[in-house]
Write a protein that binds this ligand. Sequence first.
Ligand code: GDP
Ligand code: GDP
Length: 436
Amino acid sequence: MSGIVAIVGRPNVGKSTLFNRFIMERKAIVDNVSGVTRDRHYGKCLWNGTTFTVIDTGGYVSDSDDVFEAAIREQVHIAMEEADLLLFMVDSDEGVTPLDQEFANIVRRSKKPVLLVANKSDNKERRESAFEFYEFGLGMVYPVSAMNGSGTGELLDDMVQALPRETEAAVEENIPKFAIVGRPNAGKSSLINAILGKEHNIVTPISGTTRDSIYTRFRAFDLDLYLVDTAGLRRKARVKENIEFYSTLRAIRAIEECDVALLMLDATLGMDAQDLNILSTVVSNGKGLVILVNKWDLMEKETNTARDMEKVILERIAPLSNIPVVFVSVVEKQRILKALEIAVEVYQEKNKQISTSKLNEVMQVVWARHRPAAARGKFIRIKYVTQIPGKVPTFLFFVNHPKLIQESYKRYLENQIREHFGFRGVPINIFFRDKN
Ligand code: GDP
Ligand code: GDP
Protein backbone atom coordinates (compact mmCIF):
# COMPACT_ATOMS: atom_id res chain seq x y z
CA MET A 1 0.00 0.00 0.00
CA SER A 2 1.11 3.54 -0.60
CA GLY A 3 -0.35 6.99 -0.78
CA ILE A 4 0.37 10.68 -0.62
CA VAL A 5 0.10 12.71 2.56
CA ALA A 6 0.21 16.51 2.18
CA ILE A 7 1.07 18.76 5.11
CA VAL A 8 -0.83 22.03 4.73
CA GLY A 9 -1.14 25.12 6.88
CA ARG A 10 -0.04 28.72 7.07
CA PRO A 11 3.67 29.59 7.16
CA ASN A 12 5.75 29.00 10.30
CA VAL A 13 3.53 26.48 12.01
CA GLY A 14 6.29 23.88 11.61
CA LYS A 15 5.39 21.97 8.44
CA SER A 16 8.91 21.46 7.22
CA THR A 17 10.11 20.52 10.71
CA LEU A 18 7.53 17.72 10.88
CA PHE A 19 8.29 16.72 7.31
CA ASN A 20 11.97 16.32 8.14
CA ARG A 21 11.13 14.22 11.16
CA PHE A 22 8.96 11.93 9.06
CA ILE A 23 11.45 11.28 6.32
CA MET A 24 14.59 11.34 8.44
CA GLU A 25 15.69 7.78 7.87
CA ARG A 26 14.76 7.48 4.23
CA LYS A 27 16.40 10.73 3.28
CA ALA A 28 19.86 9.41 3.99
CA ILE A 29 19.32 6.56 1.56
CA VAL A 30 17.77 8.58 -1.20
CA ASP A 31 20.41 11.28 -1.00
CA ASN A 32 23.02 8.72 -1.88
CA VAL A 33 22.27 9.50 -5.49
CA SER A 34 24.83 12.17 -6.15
CA GLY A 35 23.68 15.65 -6.96
CA VAL A 36 20.26 15.29 -5.42
CA THR A 37 19.63 18.59 -3.79
CA ARG A 38 18.78 18.98 -0.14
CA ASP A 39 15.74 21.06 -0.85
CA ARG A 40 13.45 18.14 -1.45
CA HIS A 41 9.95 18.75 -0.28
CA TYR A 42 8.75 15.22 -0.65
CA GLY A 43 10.01 11.87 0.47
CA LYS A 44 9.10 8.40 1.62
CA CYS A 45 8.09 7.59 5.15
CA LEU A 46 7.91 4.09 6.57
CA TRP A 47 5.72 3.41 9.60
CA ASN A 48 4.36 0.10 10.90
CA GLY A 49 5.19 -1.61 7.64
CA THR A 50 3.37 0.98 5.52
CA THR A 51 5.26 3.29 3.24
CA PHE A 52 3.78 6.49 1.96
CA THR A 53 4.95 9.73 0.43
CA VAL A 54 4.92 12.90 2.49
CA ILE A 55 4.90 16.27 0.81
CA ASP A 56 5.66 19.55 2.52
CA THR A 57 3.51 22.10 0.75
CA GLY A 58 5.31 24.98 2.41
CA GLY A 59 8.32 24.27 0.28
CA TYR A 60 6.47 25.31 -2.82
CA VAL A 61 5.52 28.85 -1.95
CA SER A 62 7.96 31.73 -1.95
CA ASP A 63 6.97 34.38 0.52
CA SER A 64 8.40 37.25 -1.43
CA ASP A 65 5.33 38.56 -3.20
CA ASP A 66 1.85 39.80 -2.47
CA VAL A 67 0.08 36.89 -4.12
CA PHE A 68 1.32 34.97 -1.12
CA GLU A 69 -1.95 34.13 0.56
CA ALA A 70 -3.75 33.50 -2.70
CA ALA A 71 -0.92 31.18 -3.65
CA ILE A 72 -1.27 29.19 -0.47
CA ARG A 73 -5.00 28.98 -0.88
CA GLU A 74 -4.59 27.65 -4.39
CA GLN A 75 -2.06 25.17 -3.13
CA VAL A 76 -4.40 23.81 -0.51
CA HIS A 77 -6.95 23.25 -3.25
CA ILE A 78 -4.43 21.31 -5.31
CA ALA A 79 -3.35 19.30 -2.29
CA MET A 80 -6.97 18.51 -1.47
CA GLU A 81 -7.57 17.16 -4.94
CA GLU A 82 -4.36 15.25 -5.35
CA ALA A 83 -3.37 13.89 -1.96
CA ASP A 84 -4.89 10.89 -0.17
CA LEU A 85 -4.65 12.41 3.27
CA LEU A 86 -4.22 15.97 4.54
CA LEU A 87 -2.44 17.00 7.69
CA PHE A 88 -3.79 20.44 8.51
CA MET A 89 -1.25 22.02 10.81
CA VAL A 90 -1.79 24.79 13.33
CA ASP A 91 0.35 26.23 16.12
CA SER A 92 -0.58 25.68 19.79
CA ASP A 93 1.67 28.49 20.87
CA GLU A 94 -0.09 31.11 18.77
CA GLY A 95 -3.60 29.69 18.97
CA VAL A 96 -6.28 30.28 16.34
CA THR A 97 -5.44 32.95 13.76
CA PRO A 98 -7.64 34.37 10.98
CA LEU A 99 -5.56 32.58 8.34
CA ASP A 100 -6.06 29.28 10.19
CA GLN A 101 -9.80 29.96 10.14
CA GLU A 102 -9.68 30.46 6.42
CA PHE A 103 -7.72 27.24 5.92
CA ALA A 104 -10.15 25.38 8.15
CA ASN A 105 -13.04 26.54 5.97
CA ILE A 106 -11.39 25.25 2.82
CA VAL A 107 -10.25 22.00 4.39
CA ARG A 108 -13.68 21.31 5.88
CA ARG A 109 -15.19 21.19 2.41
CA SER A 110 -12.62 18.65 1.27
CA LYS A 111 -13.75 15.10 0.66
CA LYS A 112 -10.32 13.84 1.65
CA PRO A 113 -9.52 12.58 5.14
CA VAL A 114 -8.01 15.33 7.28
CA LEU A 115 -6.08 15.12 10.52
CA LEU A 116 -5.79 18.33 12.52
CA VAL A 117 -2.30 18.65 13.94
CA ALA A 118 -1.61 21.18 16.69
CA ASN A 119 2.15 21.59 16.50
CA LYS A 120 4.52 23.18 19.00
CA SER A 121 2.68 21.38 21.81
CA ASP A 122 6.04 20.99 23.50
CA ASN A 123 4.75 20.91 27.07
CA LYS A 124 1.66 20.16 29.13
CA GLU A 125 0.37 23.70 29.09
CA ARG A 126 0.47 23.92 25.31
CA ARG A 127 -1.00 20.46 24.88
CA GLU A 128 -3.96 21.70 26.87
CA SER A 129 -4.32 24.91 24.92
CA ALA A 130 -4.45 22.79 21.75
CA PHE A 131 -8.03 21.96 22.73
CA GLU A 132 -9.18 25.31 21.40
CA PHE A 133 -8.74 23.96 17.86
CA TYR A 134 -11.76 21.71 18.40
CA GLU A 135 -13.77 24.77 17.41
CA PHE A 136 -12.85 24.04 13.77
CA GLY A 137 -15.12 21.01 13.88
CA LEU A 138 -12.54 18.85 12.15
CA GLY A 139 -12.64 16.07 14.70
CA MET A 140 -9.79 14.98 16.90
CA VAL A 141 -6.92 17.36 17.52
CA TYR A 142 -3.43 15.83 17.57
CA PRO A 143 -1.14 17.82 19.83
CA VAL A 144 2.43 17.14 18.67
CA SER A 145 5.86 18.66 18.89
CA ALA A 146 7.67 18.36 15.60
CA MET A 147 10.69 19.64 17.45
CA ASN A 148 10.96 17.04 20.23
CA GLY A 149 8.84 14.34 18.62
CA SER A 150 6.16 14.02 21.27
CA GLY A 151 2.79 12.89 19.93
CA THR A 152 4.17 12.08 16.49
CA GLY A 153 4.02 8.31 16.99
CA GLU A 154 0.32 8.39 17.72
CA LEU A 155 -0.21 10.72 14.78
CA LEU A 156 1.65 8.33 12.47
CA ASP A 157 -0.42 5.39 13.71
CA ASP A 158 -3.60 7.20 12.78
CA MET A 159 -2.19 8.47 9.47
CA VAL A 160 -1.52 4.90 8.40
CA GLN A 161 -5.08 4.00 9.39
CA ALA A 162 -6.55 6.97 7.53
CA LEU A 163 -4.79 6.22 4.24
CA PRO A 164 -7.18 4.65 1.76
CA ARG A 165 -6.74 0.95 1.27
CA GLU A 166 -8.40 0.25 -2.00
CA THR A 167 -6.55 0.23 -5.27
CA GLU A 168 -8.09 1.46 -8.42
CA ALA A 169 -10.79 -1.05 -9.23
CA ALA A 170 -10.95 -0.40 -12.95
CA VAL A 171 -7.26 -1.13 -13.48
CA GLU A 172 -6.08 -4.70 -13.77
CA GLU A 173 -3.28 -5.30 -11.33
CA ASN A 174 -1.19 -7.73 -13.29
CA ILE A 175 -0.88 -5.71 -16.48
CA PRO A 176 2.34 -3.69 -16.68
CA LYS A 177 2.10 0.04 -16.19
CA PHE A 178 4.41 2.55 -17.76
CA ALA A 179 4.53 6.13 -16.53
CA ILE A 180 5.98 9.01 -18.48
CA VAL A 181 7.37 11.54 -16.03
CA GLY A 182 9.52 14.63 -16.22
CA ARG A 183 9.51 18.37 -15.94
CA PRO A 184 6.75 20.45 -17.49
CA ASN A 185 7.43 21.00 -21.20
CA ALA A 186 9.77 18.07 -21.61
CA GLY A 187 7.34 16.66 -24.19
CA LYS A 188 5.37 14.08 -22.20
CA SER A 189 1.95 14.84 -23.69
CA SER A 190 3.44 14.97 -27.15
CA LEU A 191 4.93 11.53 -26.64
CA ILE A 192 1.68 10.05 -25.42
CA ASN A 193 -0.17 11.55 -28.37
CA ALA A 194 2.43 10.21 -30.76
CA ILE A 195 2.20 6.72 -29.30
CA LEU A 196 -1.56 6.59 -29.08
CA GLY A 197 -2.12 8.37 -32.37
CA LYS A 198 -0.44 5.52 -34.16
CA GLU A 199 -2.03 2.73 -32.28
CA HIS A 200 -5.43 1.56 -33.40
CA ASN A 201 -5.97 -1.02 -30.76
CA ILE A 202 -6.43 1.19 -27.76
CA VAL A 203 -8.85 -0.61 -25.51
CA THR A 204 -10.20 1.99 -23.15
CA PRO A 205 -8.99 5.14 -21.53
CA ILE A 206 -9.98 4.81 -17.92
CA SER A 207 -10.30 7.89 -15.84
CA GLY A 208 -9.63 6.70 -12.32
CA THR A 209 -12.57 7.12 -10.05
CA THR A 210 -10.86 7.84 -6.78
CA ARG A 211 -7.51 8.99 -7.98
CA ASP A 212 -8.12 10.69 -11.21
CA SER A 213 -5.00 9.47 -12.90
CA ILE A 214 -5.47 8.34 -16.43
CA TYR A 215 -4.61 4.89 -17.59
CA THR A 216 -4.69 4.05 -21.24
CA ARG A 217 -4.50 0.42 -22.13
CA PHE A 218 -3.01 -0.72 -25.40
CA ARG A 219 -0.83 -3.37 -27.01
CA ALA A 220 2.78 -2.98 -28.02
CA PHE A 221 5.41 -5.59 -28.77
CA ASP A 222 3.00 -8.40 -27.98
CA LEU A 223 2.37 -7.02 -24.56
CA ASP A 224 -0.79 -5.62 -23.06
CA LEU A 225 0.08 -2.54 -21.08
CA TYR A 226 -1.13 0.66 -19.50
CA LEU A 227 0.31 4.08 -20.02
CA VAL A 228 -0.06 6.14 -16.88
CA ASP A 229 -0.54 9.67 -18.06
CA THR A 230 0.59 12.52 -15.85
CA ALA A 231 0.69 15.16 -18.47
CA GLY A 232 -2.72 14.99 -20.04
CA LEU A 233 -4.34 16.60 -17.08
CA ARG A 234 -3.32 20.16 -17.15
CA ARG A 235 -4.44 22.49 -14.52
CA LYS A 236 -4.48 26.18 -14.39
CA ALA A 237 -2.36 27.15 -11.47
CA ARG A 238 -1.71 30.86 -11.36
CA VAL A 239 1.51 30.72 -9.45
CA LYS A 240 4.69 29.21 -10.87
CA GLU A 241 5.49 27.34 -7.66
CA ASN A 242 2.06 25.77 -7.69
CA ILE A 243 2.52 24.48 -11.21
CA GLU A 244 5.63 22.75 -9.96
CA PHE A 245 3.82 21.53 -6.86
CA TYR A 246 1.01 20.14 -8.96
CA SER A 247 3.27 18.37 -11.42
CA THR A 248 5.30 16.94 -8.54
CA LEU A 249 2.20 15.41 -6.96
CA ARG A 250 1.22 14.00 -10.31
CA ALA A 251 4.64 12.52 -10.90
CA ILE A 252 4.79 10.90 -7.46
CA ARG A 253 1.39 9.36 -7.99
CA ALA A 254 2.29 8.02 -11.42
CA ILE A 255 5.60 6.62 -10.16
CA GLU A 256 3.95 4.85 -7.26
CA GLU A 257 1.51 3.17 -9.57
CA CYS A 258 3.82 2.17 -12.41
CA ASP A 259 6.20 -0.70 -13.02
CA VAL A 260 8.56 1.23 -15.26
CA ALA A 261 9.03 4.99 -15.38
CA LEU A 262 10.19 6.75 -18.53
CA LEU A 263 11.92 9.87 -17.29
CA MET A 264 11.81 12.45 -20.03
CA LEU A 265 14.50 15.12 -20.24
CA ASP A 266 14.73 18.09 -22.56
CA ALA A 267 17.98 17.75 -24.52
CA THR A 268 18.40 21.50 -24.70
CA LEU A 269 18.25 21.84 -20.92
CA GLY A 270 20.11 18.73 -19.80
CA MET A 271 19.56 17.10 -16.46
CA ASP A 272 18.89 19.35 -13.49
CA ALA A 273 18.03 18.97 -9.80
CA GLN A 274 14.32 18.54 -10.48
CA ASP A 275 15.04 15.66 -12.86
CA LEU A 276 17.30 14.08 -10.27
CA ASN A 277 14.60 14.37 -7.64
CA ILE A 278 12.16 12.55 -9.89
CA LEU A 279 14.82 9.98 -10.66
CA SER A 280 15.53 9.26 -7.01
CA THR A 281 11.78 8.93 -6.42
CA VAL A 282 11.69 6.26 -9.13
CA VAL A 283 14.62 4.43 -7.58
CA SER A 284 13.44 4.65 -3.98
CA ASN A 285 10.09 3.24 -5.05
CA GLY A 286 11.84 0.28 -6.64
CA LYS A 287 10.63 0.95 -10.18
CA GLY A 288 12.25 0.25 -13.52
CA LEU A 289 13.76 3.26 -15.25
CA VAL A 290 14.45 4.44 -18.79
CA ILE A 291 15.83 7.91 -19.46
CA LEU A 292 14.52 9.58 -22.60
CA VAL A 293 16.37 12.60 -23.91
CA ASN A 294 13.77 14.40 -26.01
CA LYS A 295 13.93 17.25 -28.54
CA TRP A 296 17.02 15.71 -30.05
CA ASP A 297 16.08 17.48 -33.30
CA LEU A 298 17.02 20.80 -31.69
CA MET A 299 20.59 19.78 -30.97
CA GLU A 300 23.52 20.74 -33.14
CA LYS A 301 25.00 17.36 -33.77
CA GLU A 302 28.69 16.70 -33.79
CA THR A 303 29.90 13.17 -34.25
CA ASN A 304 29.75 12.09 -30.65
CA THR A 305 27.02 14.29 -29.24
CA ALA A 306 24.77 11.46 -28.10
CA ARG A 307 27.58 9.42 -26.63
CA ASP A 308 29.01 12.46 -24.81
CA MET A 309 25.65 13.45 -23.42
CA GLU A 310 24.93 9.92 -22.30
CA LYS A 311 28.23 9.93 -20.46
CA VAL A 312 27.39 13.20 -18.69
CA ILE A 313 23.98 11.86 -17.66
CA LEU A 314 25.39 8.58 -16.37
CA GLU A 315 28.01 10.48 -14.39
CA ARG A 316 25.32 12.60 -12.77
CA ILE A 317 23.30 9.60 -11.68
CA ALA A 318 26.25 7.57 -10.34
CA PRO A 319 26.40 5.25 -8.41
CA LEU A 320 23.35 4.13 -10.37
CA SER A 321 24.52 2.37 -13.47
CA ASN A 322 23.10 0.27 -16.22
CA ILE A 323 20.22 2.65 -16.95
CA PRO A 324 19.17 2.84 -20.60
CA VAL A 325 19.33 6.30 -22.15
CA VAL A 326 17.43 6.83 -25.41
CA PHE A 327 17.71 9.94 -27.57
CA VAL A 328 14.35 10.73 -29.11
CA SER A 329 12.54 13.41 -31.01
CA VAL A 330 8.83 13.22 -30.52
CA VAL A 331 8.22 15.91 -33.10
CA GLU A 332 10.20 14.06 -35.78
CA LYS A 333 8.98 10.69 -34.53
CA GLN A 334 12.52 9.49 -34.03
CA ARG A 335 13.11 6.38 -31.92
CA ILE A 336 9.75 6.59 -30.17
CA LEU A 337 9.02 2.93 -30.73
CA LYS A 338 12.56 2.09 -29.75
CA ALA A 339 11.96 3.87 -26.43
CA LEU A 340 8.82 1.86 -25.83
CA GLU A 341 10.54 -1.36 -26.79
CA ILE A 342 13.31 -0.68 -24.28
CA ALA A 343 10.74 0.11 -21.58
CA VAL A 344 9.10 -3.26 -22.26
CA GLU A 345 12.52 -4.92 -21.97
CA VAL A 346 13.11 -3.21 -18.63
CA TYR A 347 9.76 -4.51 -17.44
CA GLN A 348 10.74 -8.04 -18.46
CA GLU A 349 14.11 -7.66 -16.75
CA LYS A 350 12.38 -6.53 -13.58
CA ASN A 351 10.44 -9.78 -13.49
CA LYS A 352 13.27 -12.02 -14.56
CA GLN A 353 14.06 -15.01 -12.41
CA ILE A 354 17.48 -16.68 -12.56
CA SER A 355 17.59 -20.31 -11.55
CA THR A 356 19.61 -21.07 -8.43
CA SER A 357 21.85 -23.52 -10.27
CA LYS A 358 22.71 -21.07 -13.05
CA LEU A 359 23.24 -18.27 -10.54
CA ASN A 360 25.65 -20.31 -8.45
CA GLU A 361 27.51 -21.66 -11.41
CA VAL A 362 28.36 -18.11 -12.46
CA MET A 363 28.69 -16.45 -9.08
CA GLN A 364 30.97 -19.10 -7.61
CA VAL A 365 33.56 -18.08 -10.16
CA VAL A 366 32.90 -14.43 -9.30
CA TRP A 367 33.53 -14.77 -5.58
CA ALA A 368 36.44 -17.18 -6.08
CA ARG A 369 38.16 -14.65 -8.33
CA HIS A 370 37.81 -11.83 -5.84
CA ARG A 371 37.12 -12.91 -2.28
CA PRO A 372 35.57 -10.70 0.40
CA ALA A 373 38.25 -9.07 2.55
CA ALA A 374 38.83 -10.73 5.89
CA ALA A 375 37.51 -8.64 8.76
CA ARG A 376 38.23 -8.75 12.48
CA GLY A 377 40.59 -11.63 11.84
CA LYS A 378 37.88 -13.73 10.25
CA PHE A 379 37.78 -15.22 6.79
CA ILE A 380 34.53 -14.55 5.03
CA ARG A 381 33.11 -17.29 2.85
CA ILE A 382 30.10 -17.13 0.66
CA LYS A 383 28.33 -20.47 0.44
CA TYR A 384 25.66 -19.93 -2.13
CA VAL A 385 23.22 -17.42 -3.53
CA THR A 386 19.60 -17.57 -4.52
CA GLN A 387 17.11 -15.15 -6.03
CA ILE A 388 14.11 -14.68 -3.78
CA PRO A 389 10.74 -13.12 -4.60
CA GLY A 390 10.56 -9.36 -4.19
CA LYS A 391 9.31 -6.13 -5.71
CA VAL A 392 12.65 -5.84 -7.47
CA PRO A 393 15.14 -8.63 -8.26
CA THR A 394 16.45 -9.67 -4.86
CA PHE A 395 19.45 -11.86 -4.17
CA LEU A 396 20.17 -13.59 -0.92
CA PHE A 397 23.78 -14.60 -0.28
CA PHE A 398 24.49 -17.16 2.44
CA VAL A 399 27.71 -16.28 4.25
CA ASN A 400 29.50 -17.34 7.41
CA HIS A 401 29.76 -13.73 8.73
CA PRO A 402 27.04 -11.69 7.00
CA LYS A 403 27.62 -8.54 9.05
CA LEU A 404 31.27 -8.29 8.07
CA ILE A 405 30.71 -7.92 4.33
CA GLN A 406 31.78 -4.49 3.16
CA GLU A 407 29.74 -2.10 1.07
CA SER A 408 32.35 -2.16 -1.70
CA TYR A 409 32.10 -5.92 -1.95
CA LYS A 410 28.35 -5.71 -2.15
CA ARG A 411 28.74 -3.30 -5.06
CA TYR A 412 31.15 -5.72 -6.71
CA LEU A 413 28.59 -8.51 -6.47
CA GLU A 414 25.87 -6.25 -7.85
CA ASN A 415 28.05 -5.21 -10.79
CA GLN A 416 28.87 -8.83 -11.51
CA ILE A 417 25.23 -9.86 -11.39
CA ARG A 418 24.45 -7.09 -13.86
CA GLU A 419 27.36 -8.01 -16.09
CA HIS A 420 26.34 -11.66 -16.32
CA PHE A 421 22.57 -11.46 -16.10
CA GLY A 422 21.59 -7.97 -17.27
CA PHE A 423 18.77 -6.43 -15.23
CA ARG A 424 19.23 -3.21 -17.16
CA GLY A 425 17.19 -0.31 -15.84
CA VAL A 426 16.12 -2.21 -12.75
CA PRO A 427 17.09 -1.70 -9.09
CA ILE A 428 18.61 -4.79 -7.45
CA ASN A 429 18.50 -5.73 -3.78
CA ILE A 430 21.25 -7.78 -2.17
CA PHE A 431 21.05 -9.30 1.29
CA PHE A 432 23.42 -11.46 3.30
CA ARG A 433 22.30 -14.16 5.71
CA ASP A 434 24.04 -16.52 8.01
CA LYS A 435 24.51 -19.81 6.21
CA ASN A 436 22.78 -21.66 9.02
P1 GDP B 1 6.73 25.98 8.10
O1 GDP B 1 6.87 27.35 7.54
O2 GDP B 1 5.31 25.66 8.45
O3 GDP B 1 7.38 24.92 7.28
O4 GDP B 1 7.50 26.01 9.53
P2 GDP B 1 8.98 25.54 9.93
O5 GDP B 1 9.07 24.06 9.98
O6 GDP B 1 9.94 26.26 9.08
O7 GDP B 1 9.05 26.04 11.42
C1 GDP B 1 8.85 27.41 11.76
C2 GDP B 1 9.51 27.67 13.10
O8 GDP B 1 8.85 26.93 14.13
C3 GDP B 1 10.96 27.25 13.14
O9 GDP B 1 11.69 28.22 13.86
C4 GDP B 1 10.93 25.94 13.90
O10 GDP B 1 12.13 25.69 14.59
C5 GDP B 1 9.78 26.14 14.85
N1 GDP B 1 9.14 24.89 15.26
C6 GDP B 1 8.76 23.87 14.45
N2 GDP B 1 8.21 22.86 15.16
C7 GDP B 1 8.23 23.24 16.45
C8 GDP B 1 7.82 22.63 17.68
O11 GDP B 1 7.31 21.50 17.73
N3 GDP B 1 7.99 23.36 18.82
C9 GDP B 1 8.55 24.60 18.80
N4 GDP B 1 8.68 25.22 19.98
N5 GDP B 1 8.97 25.20 17.68
C10 GDP B 1 8.82 24.55 16.51
P1 GDP C 1 4.78 18.23 -21.33
O1 GDP C 1 4.51 19.43 -20.49
O2 GDP C 1 5.95 17.44 -20.81
O3 GDP C 1 3.57 17.37 -21.56
O4 GDP C 1 5.28 18.78 -22.76
P2 GDP C 1 4.48 18.94 -24.13
O5 GDP C 1 4.24 17.62 -24.76
O6 GDP C 1 3.30 19.82 -23.91
O7 GDP C 1 5.58 19.69 -25.01
C1 GDP C 1 6.07 20.96 -24.65
C2 GDP C 1 6.57 21.67 -25.90
O8 GDP C 1 7.70 20.98 -26.44
C3 GDP C 1 5.53 21.70 -27.00
O9 GDP C 1 5.59 22.97 -27.61
C4 GDP C 1 5.97 20.61 -27.96
O10 GDP C 1 5.58 20.86 -29.27
C5 GDP C 1 7.47 20.68 -27.81
N1 GDP C 1 8.11 19.39 -28.12
C6 GDP C 1 7.75 18.16 -27.64
N2 GDP C 1 8.57 17.22 -28.17
C7 GDP C 1 9.44 17.85 -28.99
C8 GDP C 1 10.53 17.41 -29.83
O11 GDP C 1 10.87 16.24 -29.95
N3 GDP C 1 11.20 18.38 -30.51
C9 GDP C 1 10.87 19.69 -30.43
N4 GDP C 1 11.59 20.57 -31.14
N5 GDP C 1 9.85 20.14 -29.68
C10 GDP C 1 9.14 19.25 -28.95
